[in-house]
Design a protein around this ligand. Structure first.
Ligand SMILES: [Zn+2]
Length: 192
């Protein structure tokens, strides 16, 4: 069920053609691999497709002159969120598969954006939070914070302290907030 609260991207999406939006979403949806076994990845993917297609169309359909003046409020933040989501979604291995494609313009635009961003660098803290959250969702009994810290903390101390745990929890919280603000919160799977 769709929530009533409008996210930033939902209000921005009213400024672009609905037909074009559906088309660009479709292109991205076909190109970005799905992975139903990973709920966090799936939420990042959904959020990215939604945001990036709106960003692309706002930039393409917007008036050519005085772009800065015509920028709707929220566009800069949308751009930032897209970069953040892209950094978490696209890893070294899965980006360059599109090279030999006969690429629709939205994909060319995406690949240009990815080349400029930090895609391909070693995992960021937020990237680690994605992995930690996937594990927690998959098996919360096994993956308590202590176990996750032992797996992911790179402080190199012999024993991890409570602040190691806090750092990881903070990053996971940051990730959860990001996804929530994009309208794609990840929740533990509800047992029927
Ligand atoms: Zn540590």
């Amino acid at each position: 069920m769709r929530r009533k609260i409008e996210t930033r991207v939902e209000s921005l999406s009213t400024r672009v053609s609905a037909v074009n939006l559906a088309r660009e979403r479709d292109v991205l949806d076909q190109w970005i691999p799905t992975d139903p076994t990973r709920p966090v990845y799936s939420a990042l993917r959904d959020a990215f497709i939604e945001q990036f297609s709106v960003l692309y169309l706002l930039l393409m359909e917007g008036p050519r002159k005085s772009v800065v003046e015509a920028m709707p409020p929220g566009l800069a933040q949308l751009d930032k969120d897209c970069t953040k989501l892209a950094g978490l979604l696209f890893l070294r291995s899965n980006v360059w598969a599109a090279r030999n494609w006969q690429k629709p313009p939205v994909l060319k635009f995406l690949l240009r954006c990815l080349q400029r961003s930090k895609v391909g660098r070693p995992l960021t803290r937020l990237g680690i939070a994605v992995q930690a959250k996937e594990l927690r969702l998959a098996d919360p009994k096994r993956w308590k914070w202590e176990a996750l810290t032992a797996k992911f903390c790179d402080c190199r101390k012999r024993e991890h302290s409570i602040s190691c745990q806090d750092n990881l929890r903070r990053e996971v919280l940051h990730l959860e907030k990001l996804l929530k603000s994009c309208g794609h919160p990840v929740e533990p799977r509800k047992t029927p």
